[in-house]
Design a protein around this ligand. Structure first.
Ligand SMILES: CC(C)(COP(=O)(O)OP(=O)(O)OC[C@H]1O[C@@H](n2cnc3c(N)ncnc32)[C@H](O)[C@@H]1OP(=O)(O)O)[C@@H](O)C(=O)NCCC(=O)NCCS
Length: 215
């Protein structure tokens, strides 16, 4: 039997996930956040359980599964930290895959995968833990995507790309076939990446130019 779920985080990404979870008829106990409940207006109607540590004090890892409610708009540190904080205490994160997603049966993935409406993930691709593939993104064949990486809405990864851990690939960006993106890199929205991006770099523009980022 599926365990009841708790959504960790109460912003816009969490609101999108809530609709999917409800449509899949999972039991959602409520959400936690670092903010007081008054600030969580987008999740009106869903029970606010308290600040994130309430999970440790009130819900044993055997009794609930978690959902990472944090997206990213530039760096992925918060969603990476959240996942590591709870898995270190033996909590598990549930996969959320929208019914319209086209996911090749040959794709392998870790825990806590999220793939949102209209996304496609093609043959032979390997996804790590806590990967987020946002609405209408396209991940072509034989890509690898590291833990905690976010492929934002409408981004395109051509075949055999290698994307490191905790990378943000911005909305509508295109990564050419065979390109490698290093850990912690940020790809700006709309960038067209035609060459490798070193770890910790920001790639911006068409064609994209790289520079270190301080995030
Ligand atoms: C690249 C990015 C991380 C930079 O954010 P930032 O550090 O706050 O940058 P700023 O908005 O202060 O802009 C800094 C400069 O970069 C330029 N810039 C910012 N984003 C850009 C983009 N996507 N493409 C081209 N230039 C960009 C700005 O025009 C500005 O130029 P200037 O210095 O000549 O005025 C951010 O703009 C971005 O693209 N984020 C991804 C958005 C996304 O994917 N959201 C998730 C949707 S699901």
């Amino acid at each position: 039997m599926n365990k009841p779920l708790i959504l960790v985080g109460g912003g816009g990404h969490a609101a999108v996930l809530t609709e999917i979870i409800n449509s899949l008829q999972h039991t959602l106990l409520g959400f936690t956040d670092i903010q007081p409940s008054d600030d969580n207006t987008v999740l009106a109607g869903l029970d606010f359980l308290g600040n994130d540590p309430v999970i440790f004090s009130s819900h044993h890892p055997d009794e609930v599964s978690l959902i990472n409610g944090l997206g990213s708009t530039g760096d992925t540190k918060q969603r990476t930290t959240l996942f590591n904080r709870f898995t270190a205490k033996h909590y598990r994160f549930t996969d959320i895959i929208h019914p319209t997603v086209c996911l090749s049966p040959s794709v392998s993935y870790g825990q806590g995968l999220q793939i949102l409406a209209g996304a496609i993930v093609n043959t032979g691709t390997q996804l790590g833990d806590n990967v987020l593939i946002n609405s209408r993104a396209l991940v072509e064949h034989h890509c690898t995507i590291g833990d905690h990486t976010h492929i934002a809405s409408g981004a395109v990864l051509c075949g055999s790309c290698h994307i490191g851990q905790s990378v943000h690939v911005g909305a509508g960006a295109v990564i050419n076939q065979g390109v490698t993106i290093g850990h912690g890199a940020i790809i700006a929205s709309g960038a067209v990446v035609i060459a490798d991006v070193p770890a910790g770099n920001l790639a911006v523009g068409v064609p994209a130019k790289n520079r270190p980022h301080a995030r």
